[in-house]
Design a protein around this ligand. Structure first.
Ligand SMILES: Cc1cc2nc3c(=O)[nH]c(=O)nc-3n(C[C@H](O)[C@H](O)[C@H](O)COP(=O)(O)O)c2cc1C
Length: 321
C-alpha cells in the first residue's frame, strides 16, 4: 500500500464502495462474467462464490439447440486465444426448463445472451425468456450473420443493428436490453447512436475479433473452422479505444470487455468511460478470477485514495501524451 491520506484515515479497502448502476439495474461491483466463457453459471458454482460477482451473462441462447463447430474449438495465440465454438447451446426452451431453475438459487443477477440469424429468431428467444422468472436482463449478440440480408452482419451495419434492436426492444417488455457490438465496424459512433436511439439500455463493447491461426506444416487451420474470434489481452488496447470512442457519442452506459485480467485492466476501462467490465478468456486460466477481481479492485482504489467508482469513471485527462 502506498502512503496516502487513506492510510492515515483509519479506513481500509473494505470501505471502498464498488456498487454501480446500469440503467435500472444495481450491481454490487462492476465485474460481470462474459457470455460463452462462464457456461450457464451452474458449471462454475462449485468453484466460484457467485455472490461476489457483479453479474453474469449466460452462454448465447438461440431459438433451437445448436451442436456447434467441429473440434478443435480453441487455440492459444500470442497474448490471446482464438475460438470457434459455433454458438453451441441447449436452445432457449431447454435453458428455461433445465438451467434457469437451478441458477435462480444463486445470489447473482443473470443476463441472458440472445442471438439469431434473422430478427424473428431474436424476438422469439426473448419472447420465451419473457415468460420465465429469474433474469435481470438481456444481452443481444449482434455479431451474427443476418441470413435474410444475404450474410451481412447485423453488427456491421447501422441500419441492421437499429432494426434488430427495435424489434428486440418491443419484445423485451419486462427487462433491460443491453446490445453487444461487433468490433468489426468502420465507425462505432454511428452504430452506437443508432442502437441508443432504438431504446437499448446499455452498450457492450465489444465481441471477439475475426481472426485466423494456421499450421504451415499440416497446411491446416488450427481450429476446426477456418477462422475464429480473437480474445484476451491482445485485444484490450483495440477495444479500449472503441469504448472511448463510443462513450463520446452516447448517453447510455457502456460495458467494456476485451482482455480484462487484472484490477488495472478494469480501472483502465472505467477511466475511458465504461460503467462496468466483463471478464471472458481470463476465466479459462483461472475460474475464480471474477471473484478475486472485486477484492483486488478495492485494494487498488484504496491505494490511490479513491473510495468509489464514480471518482475514476470517465476521468481520462484531456491532456494527451
Ligand atoms: C470460448 C468463447 C465463447 C464465446 N461465446 C460467446 C457467445 O456465445 N456470445 C457472445 O456474445 N460472446 C461470446 N464470446 C465472446 C466473449 O463474451 C467476449 O466478448 C470476448 O471473449 C472478449 O472478452 P475477453 O477478451 O475477456 O475474452 C465468447 C468468447 C469465447 C472465448
Amino acid at each position: 500500500m502506498t502512503l496516502s491520506n487513506a492510510a492515515n484515515s483509519g479506513r481500509g479497502p473494505a470501505d471502498v464502495d464498488l456498487s454501480i448502476a446500469i440503467g435500472a439495474l444495481r450491481f454490487r461491483n462492476p465485474i460481470v462474467a462474459a457470455s460463452g466463457t462462464f457456461g450457464y453459471g451452474l458449471e462454475f458454482a462449485h468453484l466460484v462464490d457467485l455472490s461476489q460477482l457483479g453479474a453474469m451473462v449466460t452462454k448465447g441462447l438461440s431459438r433451437e439447440p445448436i451442436d456447434g463447430a467441429p473440434l478443435p474449438r480453441l487455440c492459444d495465440t500470442p497474448s490471446g486465444m482464438l475460438n470457434a465454438v459455433g454458438l453451441q447451446n441447449v436452445g432457449v426452451r431447454a435453458f428455461v426448463e433445465q438451467k434457469l431453475p437451478a441458477l435462480r438459487k444463486f445470489d447473482i443477477p443473470v443476463l441472458a445472451n440472445v442471438f439469431g440469424y434473422c430478427q424473428e429468431d431474436y424476438v422469439e428467444v426473448i419472447r420465451v425468456l419473457e415468460e420465465a422468472e429469474g433474469l435481470a436482463g438481456y444481452e443481444l449478440n449482434i455479431s451474427c450473420p443476418n441470413v435474410k440480408k444475404g450474410g451481412l452482419q447485423f453488427g456491421g451495419d447501422p441500419f441492421a443493428a437499429a432494426d434488430v434492436t427495435r424489434e428486440a426492444r418491443r419484445a423485451a417488455r419486462r427487462r433491460p436490453l443491453w446490445v453487444k457490438l461487433s468490433p468489426l465496424i468502420a465507425d462505432i459512433g454511428l452504430i452506437a447512436k443508432a442502437i441508443e436511439a432504438e431504446g437499448a439500455d446499455a452498450l457492450n463493447v465489444a465481441n471477439t475479433y475475426p481472426a485466423m491461426a494456421v499450421d504451415w506444416r499440416t497446411r491446416k487451420s488450427r481450429l476446426g473452422n477456418p477462422t475464429g474470434g480473437l480474445s484476451g489481452p491482445a485485444i484490450k488496447p483495440i477495444t479500449l479505444r472503441l469504448v472511448w470512442e463510443a462513450q463520446k457519442v452516447v448517453q447510455i452506459p457502456i460495458v467494456g470487455l476485451g482482455g480484462v485480467e487484472t484490477a488495472s485492466d478494469v480501472l483502465d476501462y472505467l477511466l475511458v468511460g465504461a460503467s462496468a467490465v466483463q471478464v471472458g478468456t481470463a476465466s479459462f486460466a483461472d475460474p475464480k478470477i471474477s471473484e478475486r477481481l472485486g477484492t483486488d479492485l478495492k485494494g487498488a482504489l484504496f491505494d490511490s485514495n479513491l473510495f468509489s467508482i464514480s471518482e475514476l469513471k470517465g476521468k481520462l485527462s484531456a491532456e494527451f501524451g
